[in-house]
Design a protein around this ligand. Structure first.
Ligand SMILES: [Zn+2]
Ligand SMILES: [Zn+2]
Length: 356
């Protein structure tokens, strides 16, 4: 054997196409936004997991979430890949690694001719009892999300935020505590954290949260006793919900559904609650800064932990993080992928400007 061949530059084998990021020697897309022959899907949020692909490779949990949300026929063929298991696709070895974002969420690890690229997908480093923790994977190129990539975003201890729910309940025993939480991930994390804080009463659910909570329970995430919020027998639901914790999707906080609850005290769990103006806009009395995305410190620490010499930044606030990478001597560039930011906390860049 002669000298080792130089590693191929990532831009020679990873392309941005209209459908999304395409791995040419592997013949697959990562989180494509249009139907494709072969999709590797990082996790089940709607902006990453779309219907219509001929074949999907993902964790078994993500495949189950896709089928539950999009329908059993949402992809032609599903191929489950466990964390750490290798799949050979063309000239590329593919693995998935835990991303710590929601149940089944994965980083996409691709190896080609000695070069390793990791696409983070959405991720966080905070503890979450409902999914496997993120693990930094050494790589040459790290493609990172950037939802909260501004120094102003530093998420507080989530246990302290959850304690505020229990405190409010004690202060206002005659009111229902109505907590807005995204249906996939945030709701289950909140419930598990309430249980960890010792809260063992039944937790009431808006109907839109029931199927995902049941799916988590089927996958071994214990959430304790859950009951429908407003389907109480013979119209009893209203009064008996005083002093109870009720979870609903954020969109339901101000709609007529919530008027069926006794004097609801409205809370919302989102990284965006760091921006007070946004809490006011949404009429939230109790903002809870609980995020399933990495904050500024987590993003920068994770880039360092991967040892990557090159970083592509996508899916949020690219500029500040690109600048930070370059200041550390890393090659960095924004990666323009379209079609993300329609679920969970991925909101358009303009919405974070109020944070500064
Ligand atoms: Zn997500
Ligand atoms: Zn996302």
């Amino acid at each position: 054997m002669g000298a080792r061949a130089p590693k191929p530059r990532p831009e020679t084998w990873l392309e941005v196409r209209p459908a999304g990021l395409f791995c040419r020697p592997g013949g697959f897309f990562v989180d494509p936004v249009r139907p494709v022959p072969l999709a590797v899907v990082s996790h089940g949020h709607a902006d990453h997991a779309r219907a219509g692909h001929a074949e999907v490779i993902a964790t078994a949990e993500t495949l189950a979430i896709m089928a539950a949300r999009l329908g059993a026929g949402c992809f032609g063929r599903g191929r489950a890949l466990a964390y750490g298991e290798a799949a050979q696709l063309g000239e590329v070895t593919l693995r998935l690694a835990p991303a710590g974002h929601v149940l089944g969420s994965a980083q996409v690890v691709m190896e080609h001719q000695g070069a390793r690229v990791v696409v983070s997908g959405d991720y966080k480093r905070q503890a979450d009892p409902t999914c496997a923790p993120f693990r930094p994977i050494p790589c040459d190129l790290f493609v990172t999300e950037a939802t909260f990539a501004l120094p102003v975003f530093r998420h507080p201890d989530p246990a302290r935020e959850v304690a505020k729910i229990l405190h409010a309940r004690q202060l206002f025993p005659g009111r229902a505590i109505l907590v807005g939480a995204y249906a996939l991930g945030k709701a289950q994390r909140l419930i598990a954290m309430l249980r960890a804080a010792g809260y063992d009463r039944p937790i009431r659910l808006h109907g839109a949260l029931e199927s995902m909570c049941a799916l988590y329970a089927r996958h071994g995430v214990s959430l304790g006793e859950l009951r429908p919020a407003t389907a109480g027998a013979r119209g009893q639901a209203r009064a008996e919900l005083a002093g109870e914790i009720v979870l609903a999707p954020p969109s339901a906080l101000n709609d007529p559904w919530s008027r069926r609850l006794p004097d609801p005290l409205t809370a919302l769990a989102s990284g965006w609650m760091r921006v007070r103006q946004r809490a006011r806009q949404r009429g939230v009395e109790l903002p809870l800064v609980i995020s399933d995305h990495a904050d500024w410190d987590e993003l920068t620490a994770t880039i360092g932990a991967t040892g990557a010499g090159e970083v592509w930044v996508t899916h949020g606030q690219e500029d500040a993080l690109v600048h930070w990478c370059r200041s550390k001597g890393l090659a960095a560039q924004p990666l323009d992928l379209v079609g993300y930011g329609e679920e969970d906390e991925d909101e358009p860049a303009a919405s974070a400007e109020a944070a500064s």
